[in-house]
Design a protein around this ligand. Structure first.
Ligand SMILES: NC(=O)c1ccc[n+]([C@@H]2O[C@H](COP(=O)([O-])OP(=O)(O)OC[C@H]3O[C@@H](n4cnc5c(N)ncnc54)[C@H](OP(=O)(O)O)[C@@H]3O)[C@@H](O)[C@H]2O)c1
Length: 390
């Protein structure tokens, strides 16, 4: 097993970070900071971001820089290492709490002798470990050029069953680790990218993952804060990677649940292409995911304006109106058909089972619509008619 004793283990001055680097409440709560996007700049499918026809490596990756990958021996960490090397990186430092010797040997074998792979056994959420790592990175002849922060664990539980332990387990990498890396990165002026491997769980929410959603939301906000401050920072809210990593170890029931909530699993190669493209065109926060927005919108417990611009309204209980067909029907039938659509929209807004639960002669406010919902209802009805009138 390779580890700290390995000849290529990062080793350097023990004390690189001073006492001022300790985390304090004042550091974490600075209301004056321009922090705060809560939704990614855009959410795109991997194929939309990636350009398979682009044979040029990202400008941000250089052979004379060191690249740090936390969670480097996890599935996405290893894949990221390979892709960075394929784009010209020659010095990689892979950090995780355990360094699996055979995995390290196999990676070195695949990358060949011209790529230096340095394992670092440490907990990114532990100040002492990050301090040692930082010192070692500063002692390297190739300055630190980029960080891929991919360390993370799951500790799923229904929200009422979350404990401090289940929060702390997830926060180690996502909260404490992100913060410690952020502080350490300030010592590395050559840094060109700092990418957080966040999750759509912090954007859409995810059943059983309140701790994971919160931890990733911290990561998102920190990286947006860095970006706003002119520092390298980009948080990628990944959707579900197919076949590898956390997704590969999910129970079938959980996979079905993810799909039910509107996320599809995407090809690892497409995800990596998307990431590499973004390295040279960074944004503070971006979602890369296969999302069925209609399904996302339909499976939320309450209507949510966030999805209105992207959901096409499929799955609505209201019947669609085919205006041409409607006009061909006898006048008396038209009234009944329109009434059915309007009552269907109201039933949807009020979470009734169907249009038959809304009496045809009901007054809007008597069945429970407030003025805002009435406006939504009007918009939905217009959309239904307009969408079918083309
Ligand atoms: N796979 C997906 O579909 C998906 C989707 C959205 C987001 N993500 C994010 O992408 C990242 C990578 O996911 P993955 O699928 O590759 O997971 P993975 O295969 O489980 O790898 C995670 C890695 O993180 C390391 N790690 C965990 N806690 C650490 C800590 N405190 N300090 C240092 N290393 C730590 C683990 O090694 P040790 O246990 O030895 O430390 C492991 O190498 C995660 O942050 C995850 O949240 C993944």
């Amino acid at each position: 097993m390779a580890g700290p004793a390995d000849s290529r283990h990062v080793a350097g001055p023990a004390d690189a970070v001073g006492p001022a680097d300790a985390i304090g409440p004042a550091d974490l709560a600075r209301p004056a900071d321009p922090v705060g996007p809560t939704a990614p700049e855009c959410v795109a499918g991997p194929a939309d971001v990636a350009d398979p026809a682009d044979p040029v490596g990202p400008a941000a990756v250089r052979p004379d820089r060191t690249y740090l990958i936390t969670g480097g021996f996890g599935s996405l960490g290893l894949l990221s290492a390979e892709r960075l090397a394929a784009h010209g990186a020659r010095h990689l430092v892979l950090m995780s709490r355990r360094v699996p010797g055979p995995v390290l040997a196999a990676l070195r074998e695949r990358l060949g002798p011209h790529v230096e792979v340095v394992p670092y056994a440490g907990d990114v959420g532990r100040e002492e470990d990050v301090r040692r790592l930082d010192g070692a990175l500063r002692a390297r002849p190739q300055p630190l050029g980029g960080i891929l922060h991919a360390a993370g664990v799951l500790a799923d539980a229904p929200v009422a069953a979350q404990t401090w332990e289940s929060l702390d387990a997830v926060f180690r990498a996502k909260v404490y680790g992100s913060w410690l890396l952020h502080r350490a990165s300030l010592h590395h002026p050559e840094l060109e990218f700092f990418v957080g491997y966040s999750s759509m769980a912090s954007v859409l929410g995810s059943r059983g993952q309140a701790n994971y959603g919160a931890g990733n939301a911290f990561l998102d906000t920190l990286l947006c804060h860095r970006y706003a401050a002119g520092l390298p920072g980009m948080s990628v809210n990944w959707g579900a990677w197919g076949g590898i990593g956390m997704a590969a170890s999910m129970a079938e029931r959980h996979i079905a649940d993810v799909e039910h909530q509107g996320l599809g699993f995407f090809e690892p190669a497409a995800g990596m292409r998307a990431l590499l493209r973004l390295l040279s065109e960074p944004v503070p926060q971006v979602g890369i995911a296969e999302v069925d927005w209609d399904r996302v919108a339909a499976t939320r417990p309450l209507p949510d304006a966030l999805y209105a611009p992207v959901a096409r309204g499929a799955g609505r209980s209201a019947a669609a109106v085919d205006l041409a067909a409607l006009l061909r029907r006898p006048r008396a039938d038209r009234r009944e058909a329109v009434s059915l659509v309007v009552r269907g929209v109201i039933a949807e807004l009020l979470h009734f089972d169907g249009p038959e639960d809304v009496p045809p002669d009901a007054r809007f406010f008597e069945v429970g619509l407030d003025s805002l919902a009435a406006v939504d209802s009007g918009n939905a009805e217009q959309g239904t008619a307009a969408g079918n009138g083309r």
